[in-house]
Design a protein around this ligand. Sequence first.
Ligand SMILES: [Mn+2]
Length: 310
Amino acid sequence: MRELYTSRAECHFGPERRPAKPQYTILGVPFDSTSSYRPGQRFAPLEIRRATYNIEWNSVFVDEAYLYDVELEDIGDLAVIHGDPKATLQRLSTVIEEIVEENRIPVVIGGEHLILYGIIEGLVKSGKKPCLVVFDAHFDLREEYLGLKMSHATVMRRIMERFNPSIVYYVGVRAWEKAELDYAKMKKEIHYETSIGLKRIGPLNLLASIRRRLSSCEHIYVSIDMDAIDPAYAPGVANPEAVGLTPHELLLVLYGLATDERLVGVDLVEVTPPYDPSGVTSILASKILVETLILNQLVRKGEKISGIPG
Ligand SMILES: [Mn+2]
């Protein structure tokens, strides 16, 4: 579906070579039409690619592992339709379905969190029904928000209703309205650890707990809302919430997911460059994606690396 995305020659995520058989497909989704507080996520794919171009490409976890060795392609950005979430999500699910059916792992750079709905729909159409791990300050479980059923604040509610994932594990959640918390507690599929809980038990214990929950899953999908991280480290997000994760905590948990062979996709959403004047949020977002790609590529190449970071 080549007409549904556009390549930006000016900036590319990582190596510009295009391997004959890429294992990972980078796709930007510059969509922010339901954003309510600090919009501008449409600029994030470009800024995160630009950050990637300017940082080092080694892994901090594994010596002698580099982004150069990841078999990735960057197909550019989805042709989003600003102001039309429904049509944009349809396009996104079509492109994701195509990527997955070519046995590639989609790595999606948002955009607002609503895009997760189109990604999951594309995966489900391709026969994959993953368990979800969601790094987020929020549940995004509202019944509706500002009169909208389809919004960044309702996206997980719609996913629960439509696709009924068997496990959803939230990491770093800390901001909700009562009805969302009630829903999260009522649904047996939903598990969560708050940012305070993570600090108390430590990232490695949390990772062990997540892994136990995921033991029955055939496929795993990871969604990273950058507002999971504390605004001290990631100020440029659309809905910042204090008392968040450190980058180290997020990366230590993510290590265990990125090194899991069942991973079928990743997204990183909600960076808003107009509120990120120093660029640190895009730089951290880039680092998170670079580590995820390197670690997962090592596992898919059959390298023996520990599932525990260190
Ligand atoms: Mn959020």
